[in-house]
Design a protein around this ligand. Structure first.
Ligand SMILES: *Cc1c(COP(=O)(O)O)cnc(C)c1O
Length: 246
């Protein structure tokens, strides 16, 4: 390891420790006792050496927002560098014609945004006999620009929210509005948790909606206070990382 690599490892190690510490503190503030939320490192803008540093530091869950980039990371790391314990999560939009290219590589899809996509995945997973875990993305804040189901859509047809032999629907995901208004952000996260609780009452027994994927670099502490089980963090982990060095 050269000096530059050692420095990078130290820097990312500090960032990681800070985030984990804040995650623990936020967990301790929640009123309901729940297990420690999981940190998903979002690597969509990360340089390879940053990802390798995270892995060296013990990080195993990585999130990508583009199916193609997820596939190439999977090939580069899981296959070529034998990172068999790394988990790749898809957190960005998935087109129906791309489903086949990512099945078998992903440990979880966070961004299911329509029943049509859900059906397509169920069909292919059964055909290829490949189990898949997924979360339904919900547009809680109701912003026009946001992906995801409307809460009403899910509550009107809960029978369509149903795990099956190869398909596990494990919970919900949302993104808070980009805003300085902390109450608005908190309300969005609380909204997702309440929707989960409500939906859990009307879905079949084998569908267990344990996961709440919510919170990013700017708002993960608020999300954890509201019950996040997975936070998706990118930029905060790479703060001060040099973007020019090789
Ligand atoms: C980029 C991204 C994140 C992480 O964002 P940061 O602000 O860099 O932490 C989380 N979730 C989704 C869906 C993203 O696209």
């Amino acid at each position: 390891m050269n000096q530059q690599q050692a420095k990078l490892l130290e820097l990312i190690g500090e960032n990681l420790q800070t985030v984990k510490q804040k995650m623990r503190e936020a967990s301790a503030r929640r009123s309901v006792q729940a297990e420690q939320p999981k940190l998903l490192a979002v690597t969509k803008y990360a340089k390879p050496e940053w990802i390798e540093a995270l892995y060296k530091l013990g990080q195993r869950d990585f999130g990508e927002n583009r199916p193609q980039q997820l596939s190439s990371r999977f090939e580069q790391y899981t296959q070529n560098q034998n990172w068999s314990d790394a988990n790749w999560h898809l957190i960005g939009q998935l087109q129906r014609n791309k489903v086949k290219s990512v099945l078998g590589k992903i440990s979880c899809i966070h961004s299911i945004d329509s029943f049509r996509l859900l059906q397509r995945i169920e069909h292919l997973a059964a055909e290829l006999k490949t189990p898949v875990r997924l979360l339904l993305q919900v547009n809680i804040s109701g912003e026009e620009s946001k992906q995801g189901f409307r809460a009403e859509e899910l509550l009107l047809e809960p029978s369509r929210v149903c795990s099956s032999e190869y398909l596990s629907i494990c919970g919900l995901m949302t993104m808070a509005p980009r805003s300085e208004d902390i109450e608005l952000i908190r309300g969005t996260f609380r909204g997702l948790r309440e929707l989960r609780d409500q939906l859990q009452q009307c879905v079949s027994e084998e569908t267990v909606l344990n996961e709440l994927s919510m919170g990013m670099s700017g708002d993960y502490e608020i999300a954890i206070e509201q019950g996040a089980t997975i936070v998706r963090i990118g930029s905060r982990l790479f703060r001060n990382c040099p973007t020019d060095s090789a």
